[in-house]
Ligand binder design. Structure first.
Ligand SMILES: CC(C)(COP(=O)(O)OP(=O)(O)OC[C@H]1O[C@@H](n2cnc3c(N)ncnc32)[C@H](O)[C@@H]1OP(=O)(O)O)[C@@H](O)C(=O)NCCC(=O)NCCS
Length: 277
């Protein structure tokens, strides 16, 4: 894959995919950029950058991905017994640092991370760097990194072929509405709809930072072919349907990916505390 910017039809005023090739090479990782593709979305006033990283292509120059890694990251890599898993982890961490360096203009090896209660990493902003939020997902030979300035993001990618779990084992965790929607589809569409549903659900949970610690049946996402990506209902927090936007990431080639970004509270909206009488 070479660096390029996807150009697709704007979908209404709300979600637009923009052509936006950066006209300056990143200061720290010019070689890395030839193995990735960057897509820019504009959702209302929020800019979301999605970076697609071809891990197999990157493995030819693995040394440059190891260079910015911390000793913690290197020792975590040692815990992977399979060499392939280890190198995928190392490359995706190296790529993450390079992407974040591009957005913050900080040397990739000087970036520091903090880990949330359920494991979500974020940038340690004790030094004055831009409020860049990100999330990473990897599956088989691809990694996806979502980046938004000042807005929480989540992303999930799945390689359809890589799944060893039977779909029927996992579908039981979906909400009743999702199971009904899935079953109403022609058989031929069900596998793709399942992965669409799964990646939308995981993107939302990863955006919130809780991951799979929250029940998958407590919210509903769209899943049918051609249906816009959306959070349709949330028993976790009903207000999330207005604040979280789901975005289909166009990848193809046997992968399905979705991102979730949190929008700002509309101006003019005020919260009141209701005190019971
Ligand atoms: C986050 C989680 C959904 C990742 O699932 P996955 O499909 O295996 O992995 P992905 O490739 O999509 O994402 C992995 C990346 O997500 C990020 N991540 C980790 N925890 C996260 C969280 N709670 N929220 C958002 N992102 C998270 C990390 O960058 C991680 O990358 P790394 O593996 O290189 O460190 C899963 O690990 C999870 O649910 N964690 C929460 C932990 C928890 O509380 N579990 C309770 C019992 S299930």
């Amino acid at each position: 894959m070479s660096i390029s910017d996807r150009d697709s039809e704007p979908r209404g005023n709300e979600l637009m995919t923009l052509r936006s090739r950066k006209n300056h090479p990143t200061a720290f990782a010019p070689r890395f950029l030839s193995a990735c593709e960057r897509i820019h979305f504009k959702i209302e006033n929020v800019s979301l950058a999605i970076w697609l990283v071809d891990l197999r292509l990157c493995s030819a120059s693995i040394a440059s991905f190891l260079e910015p890694l911390s000793t913690d990251e290197l020792s975590r890599a040692e815990r992977f017994s399979a060499l392939r898993d280890r190198s995928r982890y190392l490359i995706s961490r190296g790529a993450l640092r390079m992407v974040l360096s591009d957005h913050t203009n900080v040397d990739p090896k000087h970036l520091k991370f903090v880990i949330g209660r359920h494991g979500k990493p974020s940038l340690d902003r004790t030094s004055s760097i831009p409020d860049v939020r990100f999330n990473l997902s990897h599956s088989a030979n691809m990694a996806v990194i979502a980046v938004a300035l000042g807005h929480e993001v989540g992303v999930d990618i799945e390689c359809i072929e890589g799944w060893r779990v039977g779909l029927s084992d996992v579908v039981q965790f979906f909400s009743r509405g999702e199971i009904a929607a899935l079953q109403s589809l022609p058989k031929v569409d069900q596998e793709l709809a399942f992965f669409t549903c799964w990646t939308r659900k995981e993107a939302y949970l990863k955006g919130r930072g809780e991951g799979l610690s929250l029940p998958l049946c407590d919210f509903d996402v769209s899943l049918a072919p051609g249906e816009a990506a959306a959070l349709l209902g949330s028993r976790i927090n009903p207000g999330d349907c207005d604040r979280w936007r789901l975005i289909e990431v166009p990848i193809g080639d046997g992968y399905v990916a979705n991102a979730a970004v949190q929008l700002p509270i509309p101006t003019g909206v005020r919260f009141r505390t209701l005190v019971p009488a």
